[in-house]
Ligand binder design. Sequence first.
Ligand code: ADP
Ligand code: ASP
Ligand code: MG
Length: 439
Amino acid sequence: MKVMKFGGTSVGSAQRMKDVCRLITQDSTPNMIVLSAMSGTTNTLVEISDYLYKKNPEGANNVINQLEQKYRQHVDELYATEEYKQKTLDFLKDEFDYLRSFTKILFTSFEEKVVLAQGEVISTNMVTNYLKECGVKTILLSALDFMRTDKNSEPDFNYIKEKINELLAANPGYQIYITQGFICRNAYGEVDNLQRGGSDYTACLIGAAIKSEEIQIWTDIDGMHNNDPRIVDKTKPVRQLHFEEAAELAYFGAKILHPTCIQPAKFAGVPVRLLNTMDPSAPGTIINNEFQEGKIKAVAAKDNIISIQVHSSRMLLAYGFLRKVFEIFESYKTSIDMVSTSEVGVSVTIDNKSYLKDIVADLMKYGTVTVKENMCIICVVGDLSRDNVGFESQAAKALKDIPVQMISYGGSNHNISFLINEEDKKSALQALSDTLFNN
Ligand code: ADP
Ligand code: ASP
Ligand code: MG
């Protein structure tokens, strides 16, 4: 069985849904399909939630009604028979009445999670009905029955593995198994999600849990590009990445993949293939265990980074200083991305500023603390082992005109990261592309 995930644009119109159905029914073996909400829907659900938080039911109802109209049009275009048109319209009526019911009750983060979940609930129902209308043996498995997070809001992999395998064993003989990306239940059984872009994570968790032959992430571009195509000109697809390289790129801002989705695939050893729904025969990118020597593969950038520098002459020749500093971050459940040390100080970066004030107050016991916000990590990925002499200097040379605040190199064999001001991001990414890939 393959796991095939289709993102928002891939299911963004009635025609796209039909294209997806053609793609997923080409194999003789069954496939597990993970779908996102139609593009724009989750953003609209966020907008509705904002109105509800602000106690503006009229604003929310207007947006809900507009969204309902759009979906009714999709139904008109998608189904050929009156039976399936009516069936889906009835389903949509219940769905939108349900959304309207939130305008009459107290709205908290719990209700918001339920509202945000409806985009995937709707898209999977529509596609399931279309496949059934086409005579394909299809079953819709609710992600809320097997996707679950633990008390730390991390996926509960053992639970997911047990439940999805039970569900598949109890429902043999289907050609297509469909489920929702993004949505799950938390440790208390409440509706929750895997953060924005989380459908990739759902697909990789399922692929690892059922040990699928491959996890395919179908999107609107022909694979992982060597730089961010939204920012830089002339980017090109990278044909192959090691799990570690892809994980690094996803974590450091390559939006094509959810930041942590590669981990489960890597642990299970299931290859991940990135493919383009708009050009299905394009080769895309394969992510597996192979490591290509002597190549710089790609660059990514992560915004909203905060740098914290602790300067202390007490660090000189002292032991235990770094432990004390790191313990402060641990006590505030704040993870550190980059680290750089000298004899008299340490600099770190974080991306979560929820506890910034408390962290700084605690760090001040150990020295002078300087905080800078609006920073950006630029991450260069590829063969950056020390034997590959000169590659790190090429990356540094590309950034010769850009003020660099920190460099992190040697933490692994396939990454070098630079901390710069956010305003220099575009020129840094372009300079890296020009130097590393375009000559
Ligand atoms: P989906 O809705 O299918 O999940 P996303 O919008 O989340 O799609 O991800 C695909 C988009 O990621 C592309 O359209 C592209 O603009 C963006 N992107 C950012 N960095 C990269 C990269 N390095 N390679 C490919 N796409 C990237
Ligand atoms: N629909 C969700 C979002 O827009 C999840 C996803 O598309 O992966 O973030
Ligand atoms: Mg995405």
